[in-house]
Design a protein around this ligand. Structure first.
Ligand code: 5GP
Length: 191
């Protein structure tokens, strides 16, 4: 087991409905030493890639992306979910359905922060059905920018997102891939 898998086994909680709760270290309280190791690992895995920007989605992706960005020395742009915020100028939008909340959100990135010159690493906390990633990829494509790779903390390998993204030809680096989990026993199996 790697460092993230060990942390998931120690502090993750398997909930009913195929939900893995990791709010004590990943997406509510945040373990910055762990984020730092994750950033270090992605830096290794994307060695040689010409990355000048990290793109993520609010809210849970932001902390992880910011710590990872310190290893890449690049800025972070996050896609915003609300429509009512103060965004000036033109923007790229995509529709994203939430696995957890079962609702649809428009995600938005201002055009001035993503251009055809950008070589983007997409970072997020979870990959389940891949809706969030598809939305982010759509936005990068609309900008004429290049997706250099995708870094995910926890991929739920029993849902279709990972296969779909890999079949599209992207380098997808998930630091922990959960292939099976059981909420009655709490057991988690990794790939
Ligand atoms: P997808 O769009 O790939 O279906 O789901 C990705 C998003 O759903 C992630 O950004 C994450 O916020 C949320 N998510 C999906 N599955 C889980 C889960 O098992 N646990 C938690 N905590 N979040 C999840």
């Amino acid at each position: 087991m790697n460092f993230l898998e060990e942390k998931i086994v120690k502090d993750g909680i398997v909930k009913e409905g195929n939900v893995l709760k990791v709010d004590s270290f990943l997406n509510h309280q945040m373990d910055i030493d762990l984020f730092n190791k994750m950033g270090e690992e992605w830096k290794k895995r994307f060695e040689g890639k010409d990355i000048n920007k990290i793109l993520t989605i609010e809210a849970s992706g932001i902390g992880i992306a910011c710590i990872a960005a310190q290893h890449f020395g690049v800025p972070v742009v996050f896609a915003k979910k609300a429509k009512s915020i103060n965004l000036e100028g033109e923007m790229y939008t995509a529709e994203v359905e939430s696995f957890i909340h079962k609702n649809k959100n428009q995600v938005i990135v201002a055009k001035k922060f993503l251009t055809e010159d950008d070589h983007v690493l997409i970072i997020d906390d979870f990959l389940a059905n891949g809706c969030a990633l598809q939305g982010l990829i759509q936005i990068v494509q609309a900008a004429g920018a290049t997706v250099e790779g995708i870094g995910i903390a926890v991929e739920k390998g029993f849902q279709q997102g990972g296969t779909m993204i890999r079949n599209l030809g992207y380098q997808l680096e998930s630091l922990a891939i959960v292939d099976d989990m059981d909420h009655t026993t709490g057991e988690i199996k990794f790939r």
